[in-house]
Write a protein that binds this ligand. Structure first.
Ligand code: AMP
Ligand code: TRP
Length: 326
């Protein structure tokens, strides 16, 4: 059985990109793999976030995971901050990574740009992410396309550490889907849909009502032509709608195009598909929101199981690098 690990930041509402690029696949993988899913609250601290928002978003994200079909009896669902080994291993890996390679991360450059106060954790964030993955002897990391460079770094750090100190870590593979790995903003279809940069109109939240979803799709930006064709470079808006429809139905975006007569029909089909996908999630989420004890209990159990795997891996790395045991 493959060991699978992935994480999502609790920095706001989960959106359609998170669902199609990550969460939907997490649910599928828990059936066949030994899966660990982590709500990475420490990563959310790399940008400004108020304590109340972080607290609420952590609980909400966990509830949305459960509502989306993540089953704590089939996988391990936990909060990063509950397992101290993550930050402990991150230090050892910071002593493995170089300043130059962290500065070259495109996500660091994007997020740091235009801010006068950049937290030093924004620079070291990919090292903490590497620690998340390596602690669990992970074979496969399912993620969206924006995490490709971070996972390359994770692989490099694992290989470098193993080379310097002897075989300690499993070198993980990434799993990025062909369809749905990069869902774009509905208003600015050349930019990815994102919790931190999309406007409410450009983003479909997992918690949006069917009426809101329909309205956002109706107003989605397309182009001045009329032909429904999959061509992400020249027709980003239309291609994004086709990609959403395809990812929701397990189809191929280019193959769907000839069957759709107009932009109006495409928008309606995409809206209907997403409404159908999200309806059961919204329903279960409403039940769980009224029952925070169930969510907290699932997270407590998850943290215990996670730590049982993480602690011996950290110990192995500490001994390899030359730290004395107590
Ligand atoms: P984040 O919200 O940045 O914590 O991302 C959580 C997961 O969702 C990661 O695997 C991302 O790669 C994935 N993801 C985020 N935004 C998108 C998007 N617009 N399209 C597809 N996947 C995404
Ligand atoms: N950096 C990821 C993101 O912003 C979240 C993340 C943290 C993650 N640790 C991880 C993803 C480990 C996969 C594996 O989306």
């Amino acid at each position: 059985m493959a060991r699978v690990f992935s994480g999502i930041q609790p920095s706001g509402t989960l959106h359609l990109g998170n669902y199609l690029g990550a969460l939907q696949r997490f649910v599928q993988r828990q059936e066949v793999d030994d899966a660990y899913y982590c709500i990475v609250d420490l990563h959310a601290l790399t940008l400004e976030i108020s304590p109340e928002v972080l607290r609420q978003a952590t609980i909400d994200t966990a509830a949305l995971f459960l509502a989306a079909g993540i089953d704590p009896d089939r996988c391990v669902l936990f909060v990063q901050g509950h397992v101290p080994e993550h930050t402990q291993l991150a230090w050892l890996l910071e002593c493995t990574a170089s300043y130059g390679e962290l500065q070259r991360m495109t996500q660091f450059k994007d997020k740091a740009q235009g801010r006068d106060q950049v937290r030093s954790s924004l620079l070291t964030y990919p090292v903490l992410m590497a620690a998340d993955v390596l602690l669990y002897d992970t074979n496969i990391v399912p993620v969206g396309d924006d995490q490709r460079q971070h996972l390359e770094l994770t692989r490099n750090l694992a290989e470098r550490f193993n080379h310097r100190y002897g075989k300690t870590f499993v070198v993980p593979e990434m799993d990025i889907p062909e369809i749905g790995a990069r869902i774009m903003d509905l208003q600015v279809p050349t930019k990815k849909m994102s919790k931190s940069t999309s406007s409410p109109q450009g983003l479909i939240a997992l918690s949006d009502t069917p009426a809101e979803i329909e309205r956002k799709f109706r107003r989605a930006v397309t182009d001045s032509e009329t032909e429904v064709r999959y061509d992400p470079e020249h027709k980003p808006g239309v291609s994004n709608l086709l990609e959403i429809l395809a990812a929701a139905n397990g189809a191929d975006p280019a193959g769907l195009a000839p069957g759709i007569a107009s932009y109006g029909e495409l928008k309606q089909a995409a809206a209907d598909a997403v409404i159908e996908l999200f309806a059961p999630v919204r329903e279960r989420y409403a039940e769980l929101a009224a029952d925070p004890g169930t969510v907290a209990a699932a997270l407590r159990k998850g943290a215990e199981k996670a730590e049982a795997i993480a602690a011996p891996t950290l110990e192995r790395a500490q001994r390899a690098i030359g730290l004395l045991s107590t």
